[in-house]
Design a protein around this ligand. Sequence first.
Ligand code: ADP
Ligand code: MG
Length: 157
Amino acid sequence: MTTIVFNTKNDTQTQQLAQAIGKKLKGSEVFELRSDLGGGKTTFVRGLAKGFGSLDPVASPSFTISNIYRSINKKLLYHYDFYRLKEPGIMSDELSEVLSNSRDVVVVEWGKVVSDILPESRIVVLIEVLSETERKLTMQFYSKFSYLFTALEKRVV
Ligand code: ADP
Ligand code: MG
């Protein structure tokens, strides 16, 4: 398991960091984003989707639970937000099905309720609020995902 830490000074920097990662996505990656409300999870997804070549605007799926963005490379980015879900119910079936389709990218906010469905082999991004505009992003992943994080430091700091 590898851990890397980034500090961002504003939401643009968080988006740029996520965008640089999004550019390297191949498909089949799963992200779990953890933070308090307003930490910057959806902001991160906005950058990730942009880097992935999304054709659709990113919106918070806190009411719809899931959003799907198409990308120029014909792959999909599934964006889930389980904040309002007390029980996974049929969402666990839907999520399991999506996860078994290896072509696409899956990003989950508030994933605790589906933690037994999420693959062990995923990228966990923990966002901590340091001040109104500063965030600490701790990313944990297996070495098979190292290709997403090469040469990132230079771009961000
Ligand atoms: P979440 O999805 O975790 O609830 P959002 O991404 O919807 O959070 O909201 C994060 C809020 O924090 C946005 O209003 C964003 O502009 C603001 N913000 C301020 N600084 C940062 C930063 N460094 N990184 C990300 N968001 C930031
Ligand atoms: Mg959100």
